[in-house]
Design a protein around this ligand. Structure first.
Ligand code: CA
Length: 230
């Protein structure tokens, strides 16, 4: 099996090398570019499976690079994860419709980034047969089945989508509004406490195996999925 090739476009050398180190260790092959010009030059000969593009780059913005790629017939299928420095940039990335497939805010953990890469690649390949595993939880994306410590867990459709979102976005706090946006969809009008109702149901379904502890309440902020202790 050939290694999945990841292009990272990031001018901050420390971040670029940290990402390259962890991705290489996780079995990916990594192409590095410090600006858009270098990225374009690399793309003349290389065909990465996914690109991680920083928002703020020294020549043109990562947003503009993403748009250029999405307009290019050779690269429009290339999935892009934007790396953003602040939450406001998040909103802009989604609001401006750059065509990015997902985005992640700095600082991020290598585990979070790799989970995100796998989720985006799985979606873009339409290959949903993969199992997601985190701690004692296993999620079969194609069958929409969940196991905890080896036992089947029955979930409603919303609880399932919530758990899938959590497992592909670990170790980060999401507000109720962000969860509504990402799990329920931006145009659905429901109250924020709806999130609490479904989180409660999800926790209850996971409580027999004690996997409910992975879904952590962060007071005043929202929820975080983590297999590490608080
Ligand atoms: Ca930058």
């Amino acid at each position: 099996m050939t290694e999945t090739k990841v292009l990272i476009v990031e001018d901050e050398q420390a971040i670029r090398e940290m990402v390259a180190f962890h991705l290489t260790r996780a079995g990916y092959s990594v192409l590095q570019a410090e600006d858009c010009r270098t990225a374009r030059a690399l793309l003349a000969d290389e065909r990465p499976e996914i690109a991680l593009i920083d928002w703020m780059l020294p020549d043109i913005s990562g947003l503009e690079l993403t748009r250029m790629l999405k307009r290019d017939k050779d690269f429009k299928e290339l999935p892009v994860i934007m790396l953003t420095a602040r939450a406001e940039e998040h909103d802009k990335v989604s609001g401006l419709d750059s065509g990015a497939d997902d985005y992640i805010t700095k600082p991020f953990s290598p585990r979070e980034l790799i989970a995100r890469i796998k989720a985006v690649l799985r979606r873009s390949a339409g290959n949903d047969g993969e199992l997601l595993a985190m701690g004692i939880l296993q999620l079969d994306v194609l069958g929409q089945r969940v196991k905890s410590a080896g036992d089947a867990v029955r979930l409603g459709p919303t609880e399932y989508r919530l758990l899938e979102f959590f497992m592909t976005h670990p170790d980060r706090v999401y507000s109720r509004a962000q969860l509504l946006d990402r799990v329920w969809g931006a145009n659905v009008y429901v109250e924020e406490r709806t999130v609490d109702v479904h989180v409660r149901r999800l926790r209850k379904a996971l409580s027999d195996s004690h996997a409910d502890k992975y879904i952590q309440t962060v007071r005043g902020s929202g929820y975080r999925f983590s297999i590490k202790d608080k």
